[in-house]
Design a protein around this ligand. Structure first.
Ligand code: ATP
Ligand code: MG
Length: 424
């Protein structure tokens, strides 16, 4: 009779429980020795059974380890690749480091869980977006190499990036200086300009999807990886995970709108920038639902109101990028890039100010209409204007064309009243 302890399945499971930190190598050795001893007495016990009955691993941990072991077993069957180790796991998949045998290079392979691999609509989109991503070629985008299927699991082969994610850096308690953050955001914005020009929307821009190489190059990961259709559900699935999707998701994705465009990525890039420089996510909450509600309804606290040393230019870029309504954000990703580069040179973000002025004008017209019904036009209109100025300086406020127009109107009204009074 074959010794259970020597089965390939047990060897893989044993490696995974230790790799995931569920038990120590000594505890594993203990169980393996016991297993051999028992099998010599014709008492066959599985390694899983012994790990749990000895209290080294919980049932939940065993379940998780089995899923990973299953994935790894499948991975060993992917022709042309050899798995080296596990790199990490997100809400949606597990990522492995592997060697591509034909080219003798290291790659990263993302394996989708069974539930997604069995969803035809998802798999179709997965291949479609994977193909589109493979056509992209940009130094700031993690390259997409291949997609395929093995043993019922679908996988995505991509460029391996050595280094940390922006999330890892923040989680270690290191805030980014404004200068460093701008440099990273500029690189990711360039990546997005390239993707958007080629018709691809990322839909999940966040600190965990930005990797920084030891040489300081920022790379956007998961480009072209199809997401689960219902973003709100995907966000809910991240419940309890710090810095998960709900912290950077755009209002239109929360609303489940069908035609998500480049402006969703602009919003998420703004939210990521906000977190990097303030050390805080834009909206906090006890549950994903609360956070999402705030994205929809709550006014953003401008970054320079949290950290006073943040320049008003950077703050304005973030405020425009994170406008609740897509039409009030940048008109193109290139526009956002131009402003970021201007601020990096120490110049003002001209396009953010223009977008901001247009929004203010729309607000002003709206409030003017409302007030006319109420009968106090100027008072209400100027209040709206003052609130909307946010972090701008007084000099900027006074030189604003809207303020000038308003003042002229007010002066004209006063003059007309005087003329009328005099002509009586
Ligand atoms: P989500 O499931 O929402 O995408 P996530 O981005 O945290 O969340 P994954 O994309 O599955 O999860 O990535 C998990 C981890 O694997 C990352 O945090 C990163 O450390 C590592 N990783 C991902 N892609 C690569 C890559 N191309 N090269 C090296 N490591 C990677
Ligand atoms: Mg990712």
């Amino acid at each position: 009779m074959a010794t259970v302890g020597s089965s390939k399945q047990d060897t893989l499971l044993g490696r995974v429980v230790v790799e995931q930190g569920f038990c120590t190598r000594d505890e594993l050795e203990d169980c393996l020795a016991l297993q051999t001893e028992l099998s010599q007495q014709s008492n066959q016990r599985s390694l899983a059974d012994l790990l749990v009955s000895n209290g080294y691993v919980t049932q939940t941990q065993l379940l998780r380890a089995r899923t990973t072991a299953d994935e790894q077993r499948v991975m060993q069957q992917i022709p042309g690749y050899q798995i080296i180790s596990k790199l990490g796991a997100g809400a949606m998949a597990t990522v492995f480091k592997a060697r591509q045998l034909s080219l003798d290079r290291i790659v990263a392979i993302k394996v989708l869980p069974k539930r997604l691999s069995e969803n035809k609509e998802f798999v179709d989109r997965f291949y479609m977006e994977g193909k589109a991503a493979a056509r992209l070629n940009h130094p700031n985008i993690v390259g997409a190499f291949d997609v395929g299927e093995a043993g019922g699991y679908h996988y995505f082969v991509m460029e391996y990036v050595e280094g940390q994610t922006v999330f890892d850096h923040i989680a270690e308690g290191n805030p980014y200086s404004e200068k460093d953050a701008i440099s990273i955001i500029i690189q990711i914005c360039k990546a997005l300009v390239h993707a958007h020009e080629n018709g691809l929307i990322h839909r999940d821009v966040k600190p965990k999807n930005i990797m920084i190489t030891p040489g300081g190059v920022a790379k956007l990961a998961d480009m072209g990886l199809a997401r689960e259709k219902d973003d709100q559900e995907a966000a809910q699935a991240e419940a309890g995970k710090a810095y998960g999707t709900p912290y950077y998701i755009s209002p239109e994705q929360i609303r489940g709108e069908l035609n998500i465009d480049f402006r969703a990525d602009i919003y998420s890039l703004g939210a990521t920038f906000y977190h990097m420089i303030t050390g805080r996510v834009p909206f906090e909450g006890a549950s994903p639902a609360v956070v999402m509600h705030k994205h929809l309804k709550e006014e953003l606290v401008p970054p320079d109101h949290i950290i006073s040393t943040i320049s008003s230019g950077t703050s304005e870029i973030i405020e425009v990028a994170m406008a609740k309504e897509p039409k009030n954000r940048y008109a193109s990703t290139q526009d956002m890039l131009s402003d970021l580069e201007a601020v990096a040179r120490g110049e003002p973000p001209v396009l953010a100010r223009k977008a901001y002025d247009l929004t203010s004008l729309a607000n002003l017209e709206k409030s003017g209409r409302e007030v006319r019904e109420g009968g106090v036009i100027m008072v209400e209109a100027s209040r709206e204007q003052t609130i909307d100025f946010g972090s701008r300086t007084w000099t900027e406020k006074l030189s604003d064309p809207l303020v000038v127009t308003l003042s002229a109107l007010l002066l004209m009204a006063v003059l007309i009243i005087i003329v009328l009074l005099l002509s009586r």
